[in-house]
Write a protein that binds this ligand. Structure first.
Ligand SMILES: [Fe+2]
Ligand SMILES: [Fe+2]
Length: 299
């Protein structure tokens, strides 16, 4: 968030410059609220500005009518983003924000949550607190559940290779099986707005950081994280290619900034470029460490 002020430098986040205008301070306070490690600090006398930023979440994602970024990233989810789809049939929360009473009340004001969709085991945070406070039913692939994270308590444990609709039979949301990053990672397509919530499976690089780092690997502004691949790079690349056939234009990833493609041709071309790039780098490369802190830096 707020890339004009905070950017990744090597493996750390760094302050580029201090915000000056009212608008810039609002953006910086939004980043402060969402920083999973509480590393951003603001002046003590700016309570009103902080409150304005707090009340702005969940914040509608530009270019969508009813998809919201929840902010409040949780360290337990390695700083991953969570999103809310506001829909008449019942809202859907994609992955899990930091548990916060103010955010909880805002989400309740927006109609609460019917379903919580969990993409995979890394980004579940305190899902049980949210599910209990909202009376929401969780959906997750059975192979991603476990006792330690209490995901064995998930109400709807889907099995096999899908695709799946929502448990109430509504078909505007489609859950797609995208193994690779994790054994049974899944993504969610919200068809009416052509939005793909991609979790840790697929990310976008809209500010040129990733492209600059890998410029020898050719063009492309969609990518995968190899260092955090917990299962199979080859499988993750194949799962990326599979997404070409689904009708999405906006990409809302678990890490990094939103992205998108302009049409079907570009979507397929970008996914093919991932395959070419990753094949060059070696599909069988095994990740050397599981340090999720580097998650964003590797896209
Ligand atoms: Fe992950
Ligand atoms: Fe993640």
């Amino acid at each position: 968030m707020a890339p004009d002020f905070f950017r990744r430098r090597d493996m750390q986040s760094a302050v580029l410059r201090q915000p000056e205008t009212e608008e810039e301070r609002f953006e910086a306070f939004s980043a402060l609220l969402s920083c999973p490690t509480y590393s951003i600090h603001g002046p003590a006398d700016a309570k009103q500005e902080q409150r304005a930023a707090e009340e702005s979440f969940p914040r509608r994602v530009a270019g969508t009518e009813n998809c919201y970024h929840c902010g409040y990233h949780d360290e337990l989810s390695f700083g991953g983003s969570s999103y809310l789809i506001q829909r008449p049939e019942g809202n859907v929360l994609v992955d899990v924000p930091r548990y916060n009473p103010k955010l909880l009340n805002r989400i309740k004001d927006m109609g609460g949550v019917k379903y919580m969709f969990l993409t995979h085991k890394d980004d579940v945070a305190a899902h049980y607190k949210w599910a209990s406070a909202l009376g929401a039913e969780r959906i997750m692939h059975k192979a991603e559940t476990n006792v330690q994270q209490r995901t064995n308590e998930v109400e709807h444990q889907i099995e096999g290779e899908g695709p799946w609709g929502l448990p109430d039979g509504s078909e505007d949301c489609e859950i797609i099986f995208t193994p690779g990053h994790a054994e049974a990672h899944c993504v969610l397509l919200y068809k009416p707005q052509k939005v793909l919530f991609s979790g840790d499976h697929l990310a976008a690089d809209v500010v040129g950081e990733w492209t600059a780092k890998h410029e020898d690997m050719g063009d492309g502004f969609l990518g995968i994280s190899r260092s955090f691949n917990c299962c199979s790079v080859e499988q993750q690349v194949e799962s990326c290619l599979k997404l070409g056939a689904y009708d999405w234009l906006t990409l809302l990833p678990g890490h990094g900034r939103p992205g998108g493609v302009k049409d079907e041709t570009e979507r397929k071309q970008q996914l093919q470029l991932i395959k070419e790039r990753e094949t060059k780098r070696g599909l069988d490369r095994v990740p050397t460490d599981g340090n999720h802190q580097r998650h964003e830096a590797d896209y």
